[in-house]
Design a protein around this ligand. Structure first.
Ligand SMILES: Cc1ncc(COP(=O)(O)O)c(C=O)c1O
Length: 373
């Protein structure tokens, strides 16, 4: 039996999505392919809620983040980066790798970023080329107030990039309404598809800035100018610059159709009730929720482990004894918390109950060690 995936991505995917991975290969060019590619991009745009452009870049979410930052921050230019967890710290690394100067707006791991701090940073650095933030910080379970941060950026006239890898499709978001200029996600989390692509949405207003950087030495593959050129100039037969993982695109297309058929709002409501069910079960097991509801989201739950028990033991036990994979803590939360991803379309109340039963079993065997097999 394959394990039940309750890690914060990849998630278990629907059978119809999985089937696409086993279809005979087809070329990544020609009229049939153009139709498939464009449909997939248009479904993604619906989910991002944007009239801008969308691109599917082979790789993972990371390649799309690299494309966004490298295309917007040139050598010696400043970027204001929100940093309150593992993935925020990564944004700093990307920017520095491209020769950008980073101004960090920090919060402790486990705390949310403050829009006021961004306003202050923008006042001190009105010449910043970009503000970059993570929407849902998967390392800690904190949801950052991106809508409010984007407002501050708009009034300062500085574009904002959002890493929505673990939020898009599971947490309310509108790229156009919020005024987010570039956003990135990945198929293997809330979208319910296999990994293998970085997905990016680009607002029309930000293209002049990206075009100015055309000659900056940040490469070709992850340069958004390259992607736009092929989408425009080879639109009728080969809309991307290189060979595409066709079956992964087909699987993503199927997952996006399913998500749109269910309805984004309904999917989000469903994830909410799963999160509530899990959290009340965890409280009954005396495993308190580590992140206040007001700062969290319903795609993942972070809970403290029992006192004195490293949570890596729980993670291992669930895997070996119950075939359930959950995440442990990262960074300062290592061995202190468990992270349960319930962002996938297949997660159900029955699966959450299975997990709660397995956690109960762990606690029972802690009290009666002789019962540990
Ligand atoms: C918030 C966030 N950003 C970026 C990434 C990296 O995405 P990928 O592993 O698809 O490159 C992850 C992966 O977990 C993530 O959760």
């Amino acid at each position: 039996m394959p394990p039940i995936l309750l890690i914060p991505g990849p998630v278990d995917v629907d059978e119809a999505v999985l089937e696409k991975m086993g279809l005979p290969l087809t070329p990544h060019y020609g009229p049939e392919w153009v139709k498939t590619y464009n449909e997939t991009a248009s479904y993604l745009k619906k989910i991002l809620d944007t009239h801008g452009d969308a691109y599917l870049i082979p790789g993972s979410g990371t390649i799309a983040i690299e494309a966004a930052i490298g295309s917007l921050v040139g050598v010696g230019e400043k970027a204001i980066i929100g940093s309150n967890g593992f993935f925020g710290e990564r944004l700093v690394q990307f920017t520095q790798a491209f020769g950008g100067k980073t101004i960090e707006v920090k919060a402790e791991w486990g705390e949310a970023l403050s829009p006021n701090q961004f306003a202050e940073a923008l006042q001190q650095h009105p010449d910043a080329a970009l503000v970059a933030v993570v929407h849902f910080e998967t390392s800690t379970g904190i949801l950052n107030p991106v809508r409010e941060i984007a407002k501050v950026c708009k009034s300062a006239g500085v574009p904002i990039f959002m890493d929505g890898v673990s939020s898009i499709g599971g947490i309310p978001f509108s790229m156009d309404d919020w005024g987010v200029d570039v956003t990135v996600t990945a198929p293997q989390k809330c979208l319910g598809a296999p990994p293998g692509l970085g997905l990016i949405g680009v607002a029309p207003s930000v293209w002049p800035r990206i075009e100015q950087r055309a000659k900056q030495p940040h490469g070709w593959y992850s340069n958004l100018n390259t992607w736009r050129w092929y989408q425009v100039n080879w639109a009728d037969w080969h809309p991307s610059p290189m060979t595409m993982p066709v079956n992964i695109v087909l699987a993503l297309r199927e997952a996006l159709i399913q998500l749109l058929e269910e309805g984004l709002d309904r999917r989000i409501t469903r994830l909410n009730s799963l999160a509530n069910h899990l959290r009340s079960g965890l409280r009954d097991l005396e495993m308190p929720i580590a992140v206040p509801e007001s700062m969290s989201s319903s795609v993942m739950t972070v809970a403290w482990g029992p006192r004195g028990v490293p949570t890596s033991q729980i993670v291992r036990f669930l895997e070996l004894e119950h075939g359930i994979r959950i995440g442990g803590g990262l960074g300062i939360f290592k061995d202190k918390v468990i992270r349960v991803g319930h962002m996938g379309p297949k997660t159900s109340i029955e699966i959450i109950d299975k997990l709660l039963g397995a956690l109960k079993d762990f606690q029972r065997r802690q009290i009666h060690p002789s019962k540990v097999s």
